[in-house]
Design a protein around this ligand. Structure first.
Ligand SMILES: Cc1ncc(COP(=O)(O)O)c(C=O)c1O
Length: 434
């Protein structure tokens, strides 16, 4: 289930392997990293703030906190929102395990709710059913996931969360640049903080933006922002206005030793005020992320082109169910649709191209024989042995379990060339037509 860098074994004969996802490192990226490496800072330098500010602008949030990876981002969110033993948090079973695990890190209990079989996203009606039965108010929050790049309708989730006094963490790892359309017809960008309290992103190499390892938290909540900054770095603050110990203590000697009493804390002074972690990103990773961010829109345009080609190619193959353009917000692009400027024109960030395929194992093996390394996203999280031990079992999430039997993610990354796309399409067509 863990995503490897290119999800492909090494090969020795000539035909290039085609992974399901792949990073794109350009000369500009290399130069940006080299410049950071030559500077005075390797770790806590100026590139981090630059990356945070540029990313916040990209998704439309007030604040951004860069961290060491998406899992750390989720953990910090759960800490910032005070998840405690006994608290229950609802999430989807069709996600990477980290979306659920962050609750367990804090001793909370994960409550899985089934997916909508058409969008593969957390089904709001299933969430409502759980909340209606939560008479003791044990559920504290919801973690919807923009799975595969399709944006969750957070406006609807916010309304429901408000009825029950819950927080929302949007797991936007698959959806930088994605959006959904609000009831009033305007768009709401993934990670904007318009409806979710916090959102998280990953910069793992198979994601839209790569920084090696890396992650980002976005929010519009100033209090949570300041708490996250501290939690990211051991719970330490250097903000004199929030210091709790006295100036006398900080100076380390009685004030009488000075002619006039000191009114400021000495420059070395800092305080650890809560139990935090070292979840910092480095300066050179931020330089890479920042450089990649400049091409994020181009990447989405390429992804949309590939998605449109796949959709067209598979729509007449009866053994394939392709739901990539299902739901009102996500129409396939047309020849005259305007090119997106800042975001995906159809809302779907197309991180993954998932289809439901008859004889999935046969197709998967056939593709592998041709060195096309498709992937499966995801094995339902509630059926991982760890979560089975918590009491989850087969039959609990019928839609997710049915989806898992046939889902397969096809190669989808901006540098997937036309010839490679043709090869993928021809190979899949020939599997079903042979
Ligand atoms: C949906 C989702 N959430 C969280 C994560 C965790 O991100 P990271 O690998 O950066 O820790 C991932 C990455 O695989 C993911 O796909």
């Amino acid at each position: 289930m863990e995503e490897t860098e290119q999800s492909q074994p090494p090969t020795d004969n000539s035909q290039q392997a085609i992974p399901y996802g792949k990073q794109n490192i350009t000369q500009a990226d290399i130069e940006a990293v080299t410049e950071a490496l030559k500077s005075d800072y390797l770790t806590q330098g100026p590139k981090i703030k630059e990356f945070e500010e540029a990313f916040a602008k990209y998704v439309g949030s007030k604040y951004a906190v860069a961290v060491s990876n998406g899992t750390a981002a989720l953990h910090l969110n759960a800490l910032a929102l005070d998840v405690k033993p006994g608290d229950k948090v609802i999430t989807t079973p069709i996600t990477f395990a980290a979306s659920a695990n962050c609750v367990r890190y804090c001793g909370g209990e994960v409550v899985f709710a089934d997916i909508d079989p058409e969008t593969y996203l957390l089904d709001i009606n299933k969430v409502r059913d759980i909340l209606e039965k939560d008479v003791n108010k044990e559920v504290k929050g919801i973690i919807p996931v923009d799975f595969a790049g399709r944006a969750v309708d957070l406006e609807a989730f916010r309304k429901l969360a408000d009825e029950y006094g819950l927080w929302i963490i949007e797991d936007s790892c698959h959806s930088p640049g994605g959006y959904f359309t609000k009831a009033n017809g305007e768009i709401s960008t993934c990670g904007s903080g318009e409806f979710a309290d916090l959102a998280i992103f990953s910069f793992h190499p198979v994601k839209h933006i790569a920084s090696g390892e890396g992650g980002m938290i976005t929010t519009n909540d100033e209090k949570l922002y300041h708490k996250l900054l501290m939690l990211r770095t051991h719970g330490i603050t250097k903000d004199a206005d929030s210091f709790q110990n006295t100036i006398d203590f900080a100076i380390g000697q009685p004030q009488t030793a000075h002619r006039s009493p000191l009114t400021a804390y000495p420059p070395w002074y800092m305080e650890m005020q809560m139990l935090g972690y070292n979840y910092r990103i480095t300066d050179f990773q931020s330089a890479l992320g920042l450089s990649q961010l400049q091409r994020a829109d181009q990447g989405i345009i390429k992804r949309q082109e590939i998605a449109a080609r796949y959709y067209e190619a598979f729509k007449d193959i009866p053994q394939i169910k392709d739901r990539n353009y299902e739901s009102a917000n996500h129409q396939p692009p047309t020849a005259n649709s305007e090119k997106p400027i800042a975001n995906s024109q159809n809302g779907h960030a197309h991180h993954l191209y998932v289809i439901e395929a008859k004889d999935r194992l046969g197709l998967y093996n056939y593709l592998r024989e041709q060195k096309i390394f498709a992937q499966i996203h995801y094995i339902p999280c509630h059926l991982m042995p760890y979560y089975r031990e918590q009491g989850w079992q087969e039959g609990d999430m019928p839609n997710a379990e049915k989806y898992y039997k046939n889902c397969i993610s096809l190669p989808m990354f901006p540098t997937l060339g036309e010839e490679e796309q043709n090869f993928v399409i021809e190979t899949i067509s020939s599997f079903y037509l042979q």
